[in-house]
Design a protein around this ligand. Structure first.
Ligand code: DUT
Ligand code: MG
Length: 156
């Protein structure tokens, strides 16, 4: 049971989507369950990924994401765990001004060939609000306890 003080979910962000000529018969990205964070997106082509290979896989869709937002392309854990298939550039970034076909850059980290079948769900899309930075160039930065320590400097 949700508690009485459950936070209000953010409203759905509207994103215009266009089917491209190669999308015939394919479903649009969709949430698999009511609580799914990502919309599963399917491959619009079939291909074979040899061990260690990567490919930009067509999805048959293009988006117009509202300004101030992006869409992240993330791997599916089942493909990762069972087949060693991930998105090489995860999370992939779809810019709000990109109007080309959304592609999923799959990599086969396993030692077996992997068949991507057209219509198979290969990744998931998550919209995210983007905060842009204003860079302020300075001569000196303030001191901190960490300083330039990093990359395991605090121990395991
Ligand atoms: O997984 C991805 C990542 C990117 N893109 C598209 C949409 C994105 O807006 C564009 C550019 O992506 P990114 O900025 O990550 O790549 P880049 O190498 O910096 O290319 P560019 O110089 O075009 O920005 O490529 C995809 O379709 N799928
Ligand atoms: Mg870029």
């Amino acid at each position: 049971m949700p508690s009485d003080n459950a936070p209000t979910p953010l409203p759905d962000v509207p994103i215009r989507i266009k089917r491209l000529p190669n999308s015939g018969g394919l479903p649009l990205p969709a949430y698999a369950t009511d609580g799914a964070a990502g919309m599963d997106i399917v491959a619009a082509e079939s291909l074979t990924l040899r061990p260690g290979a990567r490919a930009a896989v067509a999805t048959g869709i293009a988006l117009a994401i509202p300004a101030g937002w992006e869409v992240q392309v993330r791997p599916r854990s089942g493909l990762a765990l069972k087949n060693g298939i991930t998105c090489l550039n995860t999370p992939g970034t779809i810019d709000s001004d990109y109007r080309g076909e959304v592609k999923v850059i799959l990599a086969n980290l396993s030692d077996e060939y992997f068949e991507v079948k057209r219509g198979e769900r290969i990744a998931q899309l998550v919209p995210a609000q983007v905060q842009r930075a204003l860079l302020i160039e300075v001569e000196e930065l303030d001191d901190t306890k960490r300083g330039s320590g990093g990359f395991g400097s605090t121990g395991r």
